[in-house]
Design a protein around this ligand. Structure first.
Ligand SMILES: [Zn+2]
Ligand SMILES: [Zn+2]
Length: 621
């Protein structure tokens, strides 16, 4: 009897069906078929064809029909799906959901697609990098290159030079606007058809693009996340731009890291993979040090704009901008573009001047943030979202002398308006563009999200007290901070400068940032992580455990047995104070042992009737 395993885009593993006589000659792995499941006929993908009747299979049903003869997924893509299900400790159905499968089976809309137009802007890369292009092109089997670009523009330039010489490739980018930018650069340069695929397209457009890829009309696919599973039948290269971006980690279960899946696809297809970045991630750097990846790229063309570090300690009586910062902002001429970045919302915190304690949330103990909307003021907790009216007396000592402490974007705005004799525009919605009709350029005030604005030729970017980003209890906090600073460098004009107002001017990162020495920074960072046994020297899994019923501490203890070797990180309670869930982190130098501990934990959870959501290699630890 001929059988086949079918994967459906649902939260379950593959299911076995009988291949009826009339389909025996036609059936192939990777095809889309229809089969009955839970009383309905659904589309799924043929994962394997075999004849092993396993025990306990019960009575098998037959597949209904083959609806697509040419396989959607090649054997290699099926292997990639299989790898992801295993690596992310999930089932094949959830992995299939993370592929373009569901978009492919949607209704297509034939006709003109709305695509970004091409650009004729010449793309340049340093002369020294041209040799690296040749080296990558000469590689005909699996190998991962880590291209450390001196400038973000070179990432795209390097990609274009590679694609001029190859006929089929997948190019992954972290965000939709990157996809559009790369698409424009490519279609302006290459005469071949390039497909663009991302979540911003309409469903029918996605279906049309995917059918085009499947039918072989496109050789190059540029896309975000799920494009790593693009149904190209034998690509000759995979390129991942801004490989350090946390946007590559999928938000939905099974939380695949698309950058890592791209490397695995390259391995399975036996083709070269290029990971490109101006600021490669610590894990890719370590892979290069360990010779798993080949580091390429020259430092030619690196820009080293001036970085001014201004020391400013936040205390309760002080104004939010130091004299030095204020003077430098005031002295700029009105036709110079200025950007001020403060990554804190609201006005400030509130501190009692009598007992020196911070006004905190009654529910979770986090400091409350003051918001001032016109005449109305209120306080809100960033932990649980609870709102409070503005306190007029100290909840600790009953004192009346409450003062503002620290500055959020609202307070900085108020202060800037006093200091600079020009318009101050606060940008919170990333797509809003300030009006620049008059000759005067406003001072733009925003959060890190301002990076999505396309403001160029900035004379001064002022980072106002970014210290909180450095002090976060998170393995990658410092790395991410430095990567953000390098990202903003591209917004500076030729004589542009950075100003960083900080209460910790002696922090080690500023030494590297001043010299634009990313290599020095990351090597120092890796040394520290190795000393403390942290990522990427250890692998980790984050597990969120929850239940519909009350979790007693006995149940917690039974799950956290000695074989699991971990303790809960935090607990979640309902309104009545009953324990509803908790999370924990498993960390291990050895990935085999990590897997064993995880499966032990999952087994105990099942036994206790607890639900577990897992995140392998979490981005935010
Ligand atoms: Zn007090
Ligand atoms: Zn709270």
């Amino acid at each position: 009897m001929l059988l086949c395993d079918i994967i459906f885009p649902q939260n379950l593993s593959y299911l076995t069906y009988i291949v009826p006589e009339e389909l025996k000659e036609r059936i192939r792995p990777g095809q889309i078929v229809q089969a009955p499941i839970r009383g309905r006929i659904k589309s799924g993908v043929v994962f394997r064809i075999h004849s092993d009747v396993a025990e306990g299979m019960g009575s098998l049903r037959s597949i209904d029909d083959i609806i697509l003869d040419k396989p959607l997924f090649s054997e290699k893509l099926l292997s990639l799906i299989n790898w992801a299900a295993d690596y992310y400790s999930t089932n094949h159905g959830l992995v299939l959901k993370a592929t373009p499968f569901k978009d492919f089976i949607r209704k297509r809309r034939k006709g003109q697609l709305h695509l970004p137009s091409g650009t004729d802007k010449p793309l340049s890369i340093p002369e020294a990098d041209r040799g690296h292009v040749k080296r990558v092109l000469a590689t005909r089997r699996y190998r991962t290159f880590l291209y450390k670009a001196a400038d973000r523009e070179y990432e795209v330039g390097f990609t274009c030079l590679l694609l001029e010489r190859i006929s089929s490739a997948v190019v992954l980018v972290p965000e939709i606007r990157d996809a559009e930018a790369v698409y424009s650069a490519l279609s302006g340069m290459l005469e071949r058809d390039v497909a663009i695929y991302h979540s911003g397209l309409k469903g029918s457009e996605k279906a049309e693009v995917l059918h085009g890829i499947h039918e072989g009309r496109y050789g190059i696919v540029v896309g975000t996340r799920s494009a790593v599973f693009a149904p190209l039948h034998s690509p000759s290269m995979i390129i991942v731009l801004r490989e350090h971006s946390s946007a590559y980690k999928q938000e939905e279960s099974p939380r695949i890291n698309v950058r890592d899946a791209a490397v695995m696809r390259g391995y399975l297809e036996n083709i070269p993979v290029v990971l490109a970045s101006v600021t490669p991630s610590s894990e890719s750097y370590l892979n290069a040090i360990r010779k798993k990846y080949t580091m390429i790229g020259s430092a030619e063309g690196i820009r080293r704009p001036e970085v001014i570090i201004v020391s400013h300690k936040e205390t309760r009586d002080k104004r939010p901008l130091s004299r030095d910062t204020a003077r430098r902002l005031r002295n700029l001429s009105h036709n110079e573009q200025v950007l001020a970045i403060i990554h804190r919302t609201g006005y400030s915190l509130l501190v009692c001047q009598e007992c020196d304690s911070m006004v905190e949330c009654e529910r979770c103990g986090k400091p409350l943030v003051v918001y001032r909307k016109g005449q109305e003021s209120y306080m809100q907790c960033h932990g649980c979202g609870q709102k409070y009216p503005l306190f007029s007396e100290c909840p600790h000592c009953g004192g009346y002398r409450l003062g503002f402490f620290g500055a959020g974007i609202e307070r900085i705005e108020e202060e800037l308006k006093k200091i600079v004799a020009r318009k101050v525009v606060r940008v919170e919605v990333p797509e809003t563009r300030p009006d620049q009709d008059t000759g005067e350029k406003p001072l733009i005030l925003g959060t890190y999200n301002t990076r999505r604005l396309d403001v160029r030729d900035i004379s001064l970017i002022a980072f106002l007290n970014p210290d909180a980003s450095l002090n976060r209890f998170e393995v990658k906090a410092v790395e991410r901070f430095v990567q953000d600073l390098f990202y903003f460098r591209d917004f500076l004009g030729d004589n542009g400068r950075f100003l960083i107002q900080t209460s910790i001017p002696w922090h080690r990162v500023y030494r590297y940032v001043k010299g634009w020495d990313y290599d020095g920074f990351i090597l120092d960072e890796l040394k520290r992580r190795r000393q403390h046994d942290l990522y990427p020297y250890t692998r980790s899994v984050r597990i969120e455990i929850s239940s519909n019923s009350i979790i007693t501490h006995d149940r917690v203890d039974r799950v956290m047995d000695s074989a699991v070797k971990s303790l809960p990180l935090d607990y979640q309670y309902d309104e009545k104070g009953n324990l509803k869930g908790f999370s924990l982190l498993l960390r291990d130098r050895d990935s085999r042992s990590l897997k064993d501990r995880l499966s032990r934990l999952l087994k105990l959870c099942r036994k206790e009737g607890l639900k577990a959501r897992i995140d392998i290699d979490p981005v935010f630890l």
